[in-house]
Design a protein around this ligand. Structure first.
Ligand code: NAD
Length: 273
């Protein structure tokens, strides 16, 4: 007989996770599957990691004893038609949608006085507008279903900490905070909660340029009060909490999981008085 695992906060629920072929998105998708959800995993059609995510989702459900179904929904979150299709695909899993995780995001580096218009548009279109499009589509389903729903946006410490040389990314994440608060207020009376997580430096392919290099990694970690880079699983745990009924009284918040990066590390010793 299949026995549900001790943790089954999402049994019978359906979740759409964008950008789920790698990094934080994959860890989030797996966490939901481990806790009983049926997961619709989105990423770009060209993303090789999506098939591997699907395999691992099936393994996670088998391990935890849930009869959940999982599906891939390849598509670009910046394209409205693709977003509608992925939300339909997620709804088909269980006959509705319960949770949206807006995770897909990209960044481009360059001095702000030389910012490339195409790169700027690309970052905003994926990282911000993709979240807006998916939220719009999910909210319509939540309202039609009449049983509430929840959205978790993957923001960043750069929602509140400036990131020189990454203007478009900084702007997008700042706006994700506002998107979170605005939607939370607008839909609270319909039982819909909207929150965000703000990761610090996490060990994912986005940071492949330095995570594999011991010296560069130490340099990054010297700026983090807790002294280490975070794991995708640590972010997934927070996403799952915010999406769960345990967070039923939390809406409109960005919760930072960043090893203390938002604490002004430069002030750990007094130098100002
Ligand atoms: P990642 O690059 O490892 O994964 C991002 C995924 O999004 C990739 O699989 C990519 O193919 C997908 N993606 C990109 N464009 C897409 C599009 N148009 N449509 C659908 N999918 C698309 O990155 P990650 O580190 O796992 O980051 C995930 C989220 O976490 C992002 O929003 C990122 O800004 C945020 N974040 C990451 C860190 C970190 O240190 N890694 C810190 C703060 C915030």
């Amino acid at each position: 007989m299949d026995m549900p695992s001790a943790s089954c906060r999402f049994a019978g629920r359906s979740v759409l996770v964008t950008g789920a072929a790698n990094g934080i998105g994959r860890a989030v998708a797996l966490r939901f599957a481990e806790e009983g959800a049926s997961v619709c995993a989105n990423d770009l059609e060209s993303s090789a990691g999506l098939a591997a995510t699907l395999e691992r989702l099936a393994e996670a459900s088998a391990r935890s004893g849930f009869r959940a179904r999982h599906v891939a929904a390849p598509g670009d979150v910046s394209q409205a038609a693709a977003v509608e299709t992925m939300v339909d695909t997620a709804c088909a899993l269980t006959g509705g949608l319960d949770i949206l995780v807006n995770n897909a995001g990209i960044q481009r580096q360059g001095a702000s006085h030389e910012v490339d218009a195409a790169a700027h548009d690309a970052v905003l279109n994926v990282t911000l507008n993709g979240a807006v499009l998916a939220a719009k589509a999910a909210l319509r389903r939540f309202l039609a279903q009449g049983r509430g729903g929840t959205i978790v946006n993957v923001s960043s410490v750069h929602e509140i900490i400036p990131k020189p040389g990454f203007l478009s990314y900084s702007l997008a994440k700042g706006a994700i905070g506002n998107l979170t608060r605005t939607l939370a207020l607008e839909y609270a009376d319909r039982g819909i909660r909207v929150n965000a997580v703000g990761p610090g430096a996490i060990d994912t392919p986005m940071n492949a340029a330095w995570t594999g290099d011991a010296a560069q990694r130490r340099a990054v970690e010297s700026h983090i009060p807790l002294g280490r880079v975070g794991t995708p699983q640590e972010i997934a745990a927070l996403v799952a909490f915010l999406a769960s009924d345990e967070a039923a009284y939390i809406t409109g918040q960005t919760i930072f999981a960043c090893g203390g990066l938002t604490l002004f590390n430069e002030f750990r010793q007094n130098w100002s008085s």
